[in-house]
Design a protein around this ligand. Sequence first.
Ligand SMILES: [Zn+2]
Length: 413
Amino acid sequence: MVGVPGGKLLIKNAATPHSRSTTDILVEDGAISAVGTLEGEGMDVGGRLVMPGFVNVHTHLDKADLLSKMSPDQYGKSLEENRELLKALKKNYRVEEIRERAGRVIDEFIANGVTAIRTQVDVDATGGLKPLEALTQLRDASRAELQICAFPQEGVLREDCLGRVEDALKSGADLLGGLPLVEKTREEQLQHIEVLCELAVKHDVDLEVQVDESNNPEDFLLPVLAEKTIEYGLQGRVSATHCISLSAVDDKIAQETIRLVKEAMMNVIVTPSANMITRFDTADDVHSRASNSITRVKELLAAGVNVAVGTDNIRDIFYPLGNCSMLRELHVLASATRMTGEEDPVRLLGMGSANGASIMGLNYGLEKGCTGDLIVLNARNAREALNTTPVIPYVIKGGHVVCESVHEVEHGG
Ligand SMILES: [Zn+2]
């Protein structure tokens, strides 16, 4: 470890996303205690960009790296087929095996500069609470901040499903997830949202709901979720993930919905790579012909909505790719949303870091008092960070270097 005992670390000669000049940053007792020209010996990063760590605010660590257990004919299926395949694999779940896969992927995330992760964990009849048990053990021992979202893969309307979700909330899950898509009728999907809001209030937890995963304007639950958020007094505690149908409805409806989302103080989470490849076929489904789409990120940002980024699945049935790099994810996001303006690289890095941290209740920034979870990038500014090899020379957690790739510091740039 480079950090001296007591968690004190002075970073010298650091570029920052919002400034053209370099500065020094002192981290003490887990938090930034000073920024500016500072005296003393420290870690000279040679004008490289320093920013808060990446935050992957939506992934599924319990399923991560399941590829090794799949046969060749199980690739490239539709969302519905994948759900059935998952059930078959899940029958063989063991806590230790989940912990091994998830732990490996957490280490990969850390090596890629991710210092905080919110993971969904399936809570259903097939896997029971095994995924939660594995992830709870990892959370307690992890070098990254880990938040666990109880994800009711089989819905919440049946009494046994509801009971299991409540058990998960009592057994260590940090917040509640939701997936109205698993309910059969529109009416049941509305009930699903209602039940989630009741549970969030009852257990005093945040809520993250995966809604509107397709280009289909008729799959449009985001306005309902926003209305219910306000009705249940959950403003500031609800995030909506995916929200792709927002791109398929007409502009007037979209703008009204965005206004409502802002009023409800909701966050929106995008998972660019996974969103683009999700298939809802039949072959005649016009909404999924070439690719799926992505939500209206620029319009949400312009309206002041907090938009953050997750990788979603890593090398599993639903998404067979994934190298745990948030820089790669931000690249896909920039292309998918045409965020190519002069200021966009800084905004993109913010979406991959502080915006996600705010959802997780973490204080990420570069001012005095912010958490000392920082990364040093192989670049002098935000644009270069997106355009260089995504190797992170230093990952700093609470003032301690938890991962380093010194070779790249000497030769990169
Ligand atoms: Zn997901």
